[in-house]
Design a binder for this molecule. Structure first.
Ligand code: ADP
Length: 287
């Protein structure tokens, strides 16, 4: 137990990249504090429960993601990916630490403020698309702006048409989501995520329900939102191929950022995942 504890402390002090020849051993490349960062986490911890039964899902995450970047987050089951996404997106509050989105500290916000922030400043893309079946495609795309009470109806329609053309769904604004294929529905979800020009788009397994070809198209779309529109994307995925579209891949293990790879191929990412999955668990160590 003592050895495990020391090992864990050492890992917390040394950013993972220092083990892979980082020119600056003091800070990993994903961890350079910046007042203009789209996403900034400092010392984020999330504990579920108390006392001996407590689960330490996040054990000290430090992260700074610049605007216009695409980050994939991977890790074995139970490593803290969902908890990370929920804390970073203001869907859950950390037990300790600070989360800033687009320069705004969110950890002291109340539920109404968080709802407003999510609506106006964040975009979400989920595995299950989460479109409203009773609304048309255009109404689904415009939902976040309508809820925020912004813009005229005419401006809204023009913006929706522009976004639908961008995601390859020109002329489909009057269809219902159920009339579209899964890939097309995910394109609608991406248009909806872009409509408020958010600080960050959080994507949770966005290609989990799609076949390989359609998944590739959806990922190209997220990539082009970053390259052409300057969007910032944070995507949780278990798929090494999906992660190849990102500028960097962060690997979570036992509630910590255990490793990082700059943009690379699927074989390298899969190999790194295997290393994490088979390394001795540290979960039993005190957090
Ligand atoms: P991942 O998404 O990588 O599978 P999670 O963030 O879901 O990981 O979970 C991290 C750890 O926190 C796991 O040990 C999980 O069992 C635990 N956990 C997640 N949510 C809760 C919860 N609501 N209550 C108690 N434990 C939880």
């Amino acid at each position: 137990m003592g050895i495990l504890r020391n090992k864990r402390r050492r890992e917390e002090r040394e950013p993972a990249d220092s083990r892979y020849g980082s020119p600056s051993p003091a800070r990993a490349p994903y961890d350079t504090p910046s007042p203009t960062a789209a996403v900034e986490l400092r010392g984020v911890r999330r504990r579920y429960g108390r006392g001996t039964g407590a689960v330490h899902a996040l054990r000290g995450i430090d992260l700074s993601l610049p605007r216009g970047s695409f980050t994939a987050v991977m890790g074995p089951s139970g490593s803290g990916k969902s908890t990370f996404l929920q804390c970073a997106a203001g869907l859950d509050l950390p037990t300790e630490g600070s989360v800033r989105l687009g320069g705004t500290e969110i950890t002291g916000m109340n539920e109404n403020q968080l709802t407003e922030l999510r609506r106006s400043r964040l975009g979400f893309v989920f595995q299950a698309f989460n479109l409203l079946p009773s609304l048309t495609v255009e109404q689904n795309v415009l939902l976040p702006t309508r809820l925020a009470g912004g813009g005229s109806a005419r401006q809204g329609r023009a913006h929706a048409a522009e976004l639908l053309a961008r995601v390859g769904l020109e002329g489909k604004g009057h269809r219902r989501p159920t009339e579209l294929s899964g890939g097309q529905q995910q394109r609608v979800a991406i248009a909806r995520a872009l409509v408020t020009r958010p600080d960050v788009i959080f994507a949770d397994e966005p290609t989990g329900a799609l076949d390989t070809t359609t998944a590739g198209e959806v990922l190209d779309l997220l990539r082009s939102a970053v390259d052409a529109l300057g969007a910032t994307v944070v995507m949780v995925t278990h798929d090494p191929v999906a992660a190849t579209h990102a500028d960097q891949v962060l690997f979570l293990a036992d509630g910590l950022i255990a490793d990082r790879l700059p943009r690379t191929d699927a074989t390298t990412i899969a190999a790194r995942m295997r290393t994490l999955a088979t390394r001795p668990a540290l979960a039993g160590a005190a957090a």
